[in-house]
Design a protein around this ligand. Sequence first.
Ligand code: BG6
Length: 602
Amino acid sequence: MCGIVGYIGPKEKKEILLEGLQELEYRGYDSAGIAVIEGNKLHDYKAIGKLENLREKTKAYKSEGFGISIGHTRWATHGKPTELNAHPHLGAYSYVVHNGIIENYQELKTELQNEGVTFLSQTDTETIVHLFEKYYNVSNDSFPAFEKTIKRLEGAYATLLITEAAPDIIFFAKNGSPMLVGFDKDEVYFASSDTPVIGKATEVYYLEDGEYGYVHEGKVHLFDKNGSKSFTTQTLSADKILAQKDGYRFFMEKEIYEQSRVMSETMMGRVLDDAIAFDELDENFFEGISAIKICACGTSYHSALTSAYLFERIAKVRCDVEIASEFRYKDPLLTQDTLFITISQSGETADTLEALKMAKRAGLRSLSICNVDNSSIVRESDAAILTRAGIEKGVASTKAFATQTMVLWMLALYVGQEKDTVSKEILKTEIGAMLHTPKALIVTDKLHEKLHRLSKRYLHGHGFFFIGRDIFFPLALEGALKLKEISYLHAEGYPAGEMKHGPIALADSELFTIALMPKTMHYDKIKSNVEELSARDATILAISPEPFDLADDFIQTTYDSHPMLEFFEMMVVTQLLALEISVRLGNDVDMPRNLAKSVTVE
Ligand code: BG6
């Protein structure tokens, strides 16, 4: 997904745009660009790669006086990461930035080319600015021209357009992709999320799908298919402090170290002495619910998979988990007695959002577990439980995964309470373990140093197998994903018992096996699976409270009283292992190639 910013007002605009884009860079960093109209003069700059390249290119430029401005950081969907494909896209006298996918762009492009328009880029976005100018050239009236343009677009878009034809107006439209409007007296900001406007705007309005309009002289004119409409802003909460690295090498590293603290915050007021409470859920929220279906993507999908074991084992409720991009097109069987849960760190992942809209159209009750308040998925759901992980900047998700899994563990107990399927003893045991979780997440220097040292032996094999059983299978998937995301090495997560049905064929000394061997869950079973691999000379890194002689490397964990405590402690080991291997390979851990923090396009 891309990041969009906009500003209209008297302040120096280059810095406002670049700072805003800096906050959004984790969304996509193939290229970036800005465009400013001040005193009827157009200024635009584009650069390939990270934002610092654009900052370098605009070093000599400084905007003066009142003006309008837009900016963009790109995650390529159509056309390679080149300067020509970078946004803003220029028409003859207008500029446009866009986040999303214009699905009918080819048809529009052909129509415009047949009318003599020359396209400079391979992007879908460029059709927007040429369409606008086509209509403006006829009507000489900018807003109707913009309105006509928007009505021709199909697909997902958050877009800003500026034009010499109306040098004191920013035109905007939102459908599917996120965008908000920020206000500070008569200055107006636009952004894909709230981090760019923190400390700048005091009030915000989160645009809804199908809304569009323009801002002129500090006033926002909002429309949807029914015409002009009013809107209510909300105060931008000040507690969203801007994330700094605080001395860590990477945001991901800092976020791994933050897990212990944010876990306590996520449990605050929810894990009581002898019960679980969720203020976010109405009393009879689970009435008539006899099954759960969860939809998510990426790391969030792995926390969903983990929870399926807990919902069935603790709450005795059937739980199915689906990958959102598959769910959307499988014409699923949905029944009213099913609660539809979506899990998303960003709350903006398009596949998960569309899956939620499908379930709602089918009349299912919906609950989202999300880390960003007021995000599209939160606003679309009947109820939302926020993970309190704080801003997560590392593209590879860590603390969001940990807090999602905790919320799901709490929710399984809560459902058990509501449906009277969990005994007081089990409730007490689970709550006892929950209260120990923040400790199990503390990263010791000894552990980190050990993983730093042994990581040098795991740089050049022909692949990794992360193996585990029960809830440790999804954790194995997550461990493998972390390594893939930031080291670019091939890794797979596998149910340990499944190895002998095929994958063990890859076993030799060049195959690195990361074995999750908890004491409290099927230890003997996983031990024999690892012995089968060791017998075929696989290189074994065992993670367990129980010493394991056959291991080539061994990480001894501390917690051996409860599966979830072992889960979280081993999670930290797999996160740090991926981090240290990637650092040794010289990769940009926070902004790994080809990825984005969440993808708002299909
Ligand atoms: C990917 C991110 O784009 O989206 C992953 O790189 C993330 O880290 C996945 O897990 C799903 O995102 P979200 O925000 O819906 O949890």
